[in-house]
Ligand binder design. Structure first.
Ligand code: PNS
Length: 171
């Protein structure tokens, strides 16, 4: 029975949401070390740079002792192996996430059978939040407070200056 289990929580985190943070806090109690790893993939045309996304995570997680933040490119299982991680952690919000997650899990297992993917169900209060929807709602002038931290909201403001948010009375 291994006592020191290192887990990788990979993702785009563009931007970090309250759902991601909830998953990180909950899973930090399950593993001896949790590495939150931002994918460096410019093909996804992210809104925030990798450095900005790493900063967001560091700002939010500075006080969680066994959680660290990193970035990676290439194959996730190779990165996980290099970090001596035996677990890939992912969250599932709804059945719609399941199909893609299942595909990735099988592919990753085929590539590296020693690494298990472990899923946590998103907390129901965050189960509708995605980075994509947060960006869309913000762009269209909607209120995203509670869906992201105030500091991520400030970063959205500086990235997406929007007349609907300029008076601070967004809907
Ligand atoms: O937050 P996301 O965008 O759902 O995260 C997707 C991520 C980063 C987990 C996935 O794209 C990934 O693992 N990319 C690394 C490349 C890789 O290993 N691809 C094969 C995995 S099936």
């Amino acid at each position: 029975m291994p006592s020191d289990v290192i887990a990788i929580y990979p993702g785009s985190f563009d931007p970090l949401t309250a759902g991601h943070l909830d998953l990180i806090h909950r899973s930090s109690r399950l593993f001896s070390r949790l590495i939150v790893a931002v994918l460096r993939n410019e093909h996804k045309h992210p809104l925030f740079t990798v450095a900005e996304r790493v900063e967001m995570l560091e700002e939010a997680l500075g006080n969680v002792a066994n959680v660290e933040v990193d970035s990676f490119d290439g194959l996730l299982v190779e990165y996980a192996t290099a970090k001596k991680a035996s677990v890939i952690l992912r969250g599932i919000r709804a059945i719609s996430d399941y199909e893609f997650e299942l595909q990735m899990t099988h592919m990753n297992r085929r590539l590296q059978p020693q690494i298990e993917t472990v899923f946590l169900m998103a907390n129901e209060q965050y189960s509708f939040i995605s980075s994509k929807l947060v960006k869309e709602v913000y762009r269209l002038g909607g209120n995203v407070s509670g869906l992201v931290s105030p500091s991520v909201e400030a970063r959205l403001r500086s990235k997406l200056p929007d007349m609907n948010h300029s008076r601070g009375d967004a809907k």
